[in-house]
Design a protein around this ligand. Structure first.
Ligand code: 5GP
Ligand code: MN
Length: 332
């Protein structure tokens, strides 16, 4: 069962000025969904601004050739963000993930809308268009655009294809199903060349990124009878290799390739001293619930949380909870 888009179609047809926002450290699904949706609204003659709590990482800049995406405070103010009839959040329903845009969203007089596929959820006081069965928010945005009767341009189709391809690990994660592949098929019909998108995403690595991967993968350790594979990145790794925080993306999925691992985590020390944890699971282990214990959230098989430092104590807390979960469970 898909979403009933009728109430959102009415909201869209009745409004002119839109603001679209996604989560901190935006990924392919966040940016692809925002740009696909923005393009469709613009083709209906609407005024659209995309205002995010974080800057776009370099490796995803190709999605935004016209540089429409702005970081709040960087050429766009909170007052600008409040000048909207409708404010749409995509790819999160968590206050914490909105970071500095949170106060704007709390304050705005605009109609508030959330389009999302995450299991973890706060009440954002918005009209919710949510489907946890969708592999990516990009699938939902495509379905919305089709309900609007808009034909995506090639650039919009590339943005939505990227959203879906990245959130499914290029169609290999368990969230990939017929609906996912059919959405991708329609986007290919609209002009996407998957090989070109793949090259943009995965074959324009910096040497620093590749070296960071080498260093971090050489540190992978397994624990709890091989059920947990884990690794970490310290600030000094970024400094020594001149790598960027977004260069750690996908490393946690590599950890999960160890045979027998039911769960993988990566701990990334932040500049602030906090520690970002990414969780992935392949067994019945619900890592959204585990991340929620630490104030984070996400999906059953992919989640994240931000812990206070110092690094060693954050690591100890997380390993303790995972040890209890994994050793109390029979192997898959
Ligand atoms: P990643 O580990 O790749 O950052 O995130 C995995 C999934 O969990 C993504 O869908 C992401 O949006 C979600 N996620 C990551 N960190 C947090 C967090 O701190 N809070 C919530 N609610 N979700 C998170
Ligand atoms: Mn997503």
């Amino acid at each position: 069962m898909g979403i009933d888009w009728k109430p959102l179609l009415d909201i869209i047809h009745g409004a002119q000025r839109f603001v679209i926002t996604s989560h901190v450290r935006p990924d392919g699904d966040a940016l692809g969904s925002e740009l696909g949706l923005a393009g469709a609204l613009q083709s209906l003659g609407k005024d659209v601004r995309i205002i995010n709590p974080s800057a776009t990482p370099n490796h995803l800049m190709f999605l935004d050739p016209q540089q429409q995406v702005r970081k709040l405070g960087d050429g766009v103010t909170a007052a600008n963000a409040l000048e909207a009839d409708v404010h749409i959040i995509v790819d999160t329903s968590a206050w914490q993930q909105l970071d500095c845009v949170r106060t704007v969203f709390e304050k705005t007089a605009a109609i508030k809308v959330v389009i999302d596929h995450h299991q973890s959820s706060d009440d954002l006081g918005a009209h919710e268009f949510k489907d946890v069965a969708a592999a990516a928010t990009g699938v939902l945005v495509l379905e919305l655009i089709e309900a609007l009767g808009v034909q995506p341009t090639v650039d919009q189709a590339i943005a939505l294809f990227t959203a879906i391809a990245t959130d499914t690990g290029w169609f290999r994660f368990p969230n990939t199903d017929a609906r996912t592949l059919d959405a991708a098929r329609r986007l290919v019909v609209d002009g996407v060349q998957p090989a070109v998108v793949y090259r943009e995403l995965y074959e324009r690595s910096t040497l620093s990124r590749l070296k960071l991967h080498g260093r971090v993968l050489s540190r992978v350790a397994v624990d709890f009878d091989g059920r947990l594979a884990h690794t970490f990145v310290l600030q000094k790794d970024f400094e020594e290799l001149q790598a960027h925080p977004s260069d750690t993306e996908d490393l946690v999925n590599d950890c999960l390739t160890v045979n027998g691992a039911q769960c993988a985590i990566i701990l990334v020390e932040q500049k602030s001293g906090q520690v970002k944890i990414s969780f992935r699971s392949r067994s019945g282990l619900d890592v959204a619930k585990i991340a929620e214990q630490f104030g984070g959230g996400g999906h059953r098989q992919a989640s994240g949380a931000m812990l206070p430092g110092p690094f060693a104590s954050a690591r100890e807390r997380v390993l303790k909870v995972l040890g209890d979960e994994l050793t109390g469970e029979s192997p898959a």
